[in-house]
Ligand binder design. Structure first.
Ligand code: ASP
Length: 342
């Protein structure tokens, strides 16, 4: 049926008891030893890292991106499975997706239960990811988890412990896996792939700042002072903060800092509805609204834009391109509200 390369990066699927808690320490071959491999597949393992994903750095993620491209340079490879910690899986998967220009799939998976758990979910998730990598084409980068298949874009971790760990709270999933086959319900819409970025000696700093009642611009300004070239403002509601934060955003963007505007609400788009510190003013101050993309993926879009060019205008263009598919659908109620008032 095909030749699949498994790139192992760690996560709970590679984690074992360390005496005081769990941590990733297993190699790819140990992870693959628990896998239920679909019949007819030849598997090769690339042992890239063995770390839990909250510890991943931009350098790790860029190495993963390069490795995916190197593996796909071999025309005999039919697809890739990446085993990854679930905590930041949505970030790495989106980075690879933004630069993925190949019909062959890259399928991310992991587990909520550790490698040595008697009733662990790693084996089944690996099976589903391998089957998806071997039997689908042209769907971009995917996440296979708990019998479901999601597009990288828009997918977030939605459960801390439950096996059904992922979802797209603002959209539909791509398909399901069951009875030895993958059923595709909704092929993802994808933006044209970005060129592979250069490997910087020190990757740009991109911070996240969350707004809340009584929030002030202190942390946003601290990020700028720390040298952040990009900031994700995780605002309230449909993308709102305060007039003081609008001022801080205006002075940061004037200094060339790329600011993306997302929300701490689980689902729905950012929308320019409110003034007096709301999204209307934040966008006027230069923040770029991220549609339905949540903080982790908005941060990756900013990172990709910063890596694409040193030119601020080009960075802005690339950021909007990376966010392209996240523009709210025409029939979104928030869009209707803005239109009604215009
Ligand atoms: N809880 C995480 C996982 O499922 C830990 C990590 O992201 O590495 O893999």
């Amino acid at each position: 049926m095909g030749r699949i390369v498994v790139i192992s990066t760690g996560g709970t699927i590679a984690s074992r008891w360390q005496g005081s808690g769990y941590a990733a320490d297993a190699h790819g071959r140990d992870v693959m030893a628990i896998a239920a491999v679909p019949e007819g597949l030849a598997i090769e393992v690339v042992d890239l890292f063995s770390v839990n994903s909250p510890r991943l750095t931009t350098a790790h993620q860029l190495t993963l991106l390069r490795t995916v491209h190197e593996v796909l340079a071999d025309p005999g490879v039919d697809g890739i499975v990446v085993t990854h910690g679930t905590d930041t899986l949505e970030e790495s998967a989106f980075l690879v997706d933004l630069h993925h220009d190949d019909p062959r799939p890259v399928v991310f998976t992991g587990a909520q239960l550790p490698l040595d758990a008697a009733d662990g979910d790693g084996s089944g998730n690996l099976h589903d990811a391998l089957l998806t990598a071997a039997t689908t084409r042209g769907l971009g980068v995917l996440v296979a988890f708990d019998g479901k298949v999601y597009a990288a874009r828009g997918t977030v971790k939605t459960q801390t412990l439950a096996r059904d760990a992922f979802g797209d709270p603002s959209g539909a999933r791509v398909g399901n896996v069951g009875f030895g086959r993958v059923s595709v319900l909704r092929p993802p819409r994808r933006a044209a792939a970005l060129a592979l970025p250069w490997m910087p000696d020190s990757p740009p700093r991109v911070d996240m700042v969350m707004h809340h009642a009584d929030g002030d611009p202190l942390l946003l300004n601290a990020a700028v002072d720390a040298g952040a070239q990009g900031i994700v403002l995780v605002a309230t509601g449909a993308g709102n903060a305060t007039p003081e934060i609008v001022e801080a955003v205006a002075s940061a963007t004037a200094r060339g800092v790329l600011i993306a505007l997302t929300t701490r609400v689980q689902a729905g788009p950012v929308a320019e509805i409110y003034t007096h510190g709301g999204a209307v003013d934040l966008v006027a101050a230069g923040a770029v609204p991220t549609g339905t993309l949540r903080a982790g993926q908005a941060r990756i879009a900013v990172l990709a834009a910063l890596l694409a060019s040193p030119d601020p205008r080009e960075r802005n263009r690339v950021l909007r391109h990376a966010l392209g598919e996240a523009v709210p659908a025409d029939d979104d109620p928030a869009v209707e509200l803005v239109r009604a008032r215009a």
